[in-house]
Design a binder for this molecule. Structure first.
Ligand code: ADP
Ligand code: MG
Length: 393
């Protein structure tokens, strides 16, 4: 476990300078933040630092400028939105290092907040350059990592800077790690995992690890067609990763040998062309025709999932169970989101598209924990050590 934010907050950090890495990679439209979810996710950390009288230097990134300055990817709209949210000025630096930045830091008073420029304008960030990390570290007394979405990467602002400063997890990162840890180590049982998504290749490590911890594993989405094909079913023209049939079989064997309950779709919504929702019909798994494509789970399976959710005490969900971006193919994913929203179980949703689905359907407030890191949450749930978390212990 990383050194927690609570420990930092207990120290006397009045007038001390805290370098805070956050994930403020928010969507912009014409220089305006269109979704401030990620900014709000780190507000607890920021306001705690302000309340304690620390001077906060925020490091963040936007998109992937790959070590070059891209005018439309400057942090200004983000610092403006943050200033509105905390009702105080946030000084936006045009750089991350150098005399101008140093002068701004020199002039800071207790509880002041400044934001450095998009750190990915610097190749040194991506290369985890030690001189760069050391220089930024020299600007502060403490380092706080709150950017859960980037801790699986080995960058200067994840693994470099903490080498040179006492380093802590922020409130958001602490919460993410605690929730995932409890999910794997001491969940309220029965623990049910629902895993969907398009490609089994991106979920194999997660599945291998999860299956050891869950009581019931429910699978949906396109990836089940690779499993069904491995089991000898015909899956028509559904998405299959043919190079992974052996891995799929291995996973099925492991699940069976662990005596875990595995729920695979008993029925499906299929179409003959993805862009022809009017061709949609419902078929049982045994009856998928050669010209059919599975685009969503069917109503029988949705009922089965709802029942299982009702019996569960903890549910982890990752991966939409159909092409939810198209309304006609969204009912499986929407039903799962709704069932979780109405359930008494402790509900955790992780993964970029799954979280987007829950938000699009308007259920995010009713989940117990929505993980802010897409790839990072899956890595944690796979039991992997994340470099940006390891350096904090
Ligand atoms: P997450 O980002 O939550 O981890 P993934 O990236 O693994 O989820 O999967 C999300 C994608 O899976 C969505 O874009 C969705 O359209 C796609 N998907 C789900 N079911 C199907 C299906 N039957 N056929 C094709 N794509 C699917
Ligand atoms: Mg995704």
């Amino acid at each position: 476990m990383p050194t927690s934010f609570a420990e930092l907050i207990q120290l006397d950090i009045f007038n001390k300078t805290v370098i805070l890495r956050v994930d403020f990679n928010t969507p912009l439209d014409n220089g305006v933040v269109t979704d401030d979810t990620r900014i709000r996710a780190s507000l607890d950390t920021i306001t705690a630092l302000i309340d304690k009288g620390a001077k906060t230097i925020i490091i963040a990134h936007l998109n992937r400028p790959n070590g070059r300055v891209i005018e439309s990817e400057r942090m200004t709209p983000v610092s403006q939105r943050l200033a509105e949210l905390i009702s105080r000025p946030v000084i936006q630096c045009k750089e991350c290092v150098g005399p101008m930045v140093e002068a701004t830091i020199q002039s800071m008073k207790p509880s002041d907040v400044i934001m450095l420029e998009n750190i990915r304008f610097y190749q040194e960030e991506l290369d985890n350059n030690s001189e760069f990390s050391k220089l930024i570290a020299s600007y502060g007394d403490y380092f706080v990592q709150d950017a859960f979405g980037v801790v699986h990467r080995a960058h200067a602002s994840t693994v470099g800077i903490p080498n040179y400063l006492p380093s802590y997890a922020g409130a958001l990162l602490s919460k993410e790690v605690t929730v995932m840890n409890e999910l794997l180590k001491q969940p309220k049982r029965p623990l049910v995992a629902i895993i969907g998504g398009s490609k089994i290749s991106t979920k194999l490590t997660v599945l291998h690890h999860l299956v050891e911890h869950v009581d019931t594993l429910i699978l949906g989405g396109a990836m089940v067609y690779t499993l069904f094909k491995a089991m000898g079913h015909s899956v028509g023209k559904s998405l299959v990763e043919d190079n992974l049939l052996n891995d799929a079989e291995q996973l099925l064997r492991k699940t069976a040998s662990l005596n875990k309950s595995l729920l695979l779709p008993v029925d499906h919504c299929v179409v003959t062309h993805i862009d022809q929702p009017e061709s949609l019909t419902q078929v049982l798994t045994e009856s998928i025709q050669p010209d059919q494509i599975g685009v969503d789970i069917g109503p029988l399976f949705i009922d089965q999932i709802k029942e299982t959710i009702q019996q569960a005490s903890t549910v982890f969900w990752n991966g939409p169970c159909g092409i939810f971006e198209q309304d006609a193919y969204a009912s499986g994913t929407r039903s799962i989101a709704e069932a979780l929203a109405n359930s008494n179980a402790y509900t955790i949703v992780g993964g970029g598209d799954s979280v987007a689905a829950v938000e699009a359907f308007g259920f995010s407030d009713q989940m117990d924990h929505i993980s802010t890191g897409g790839g990072a949450s899956l890595e944690l749930i796979s039991g992997n050590q994340l470099p940006g978390i390891q350096v904090l212990s």
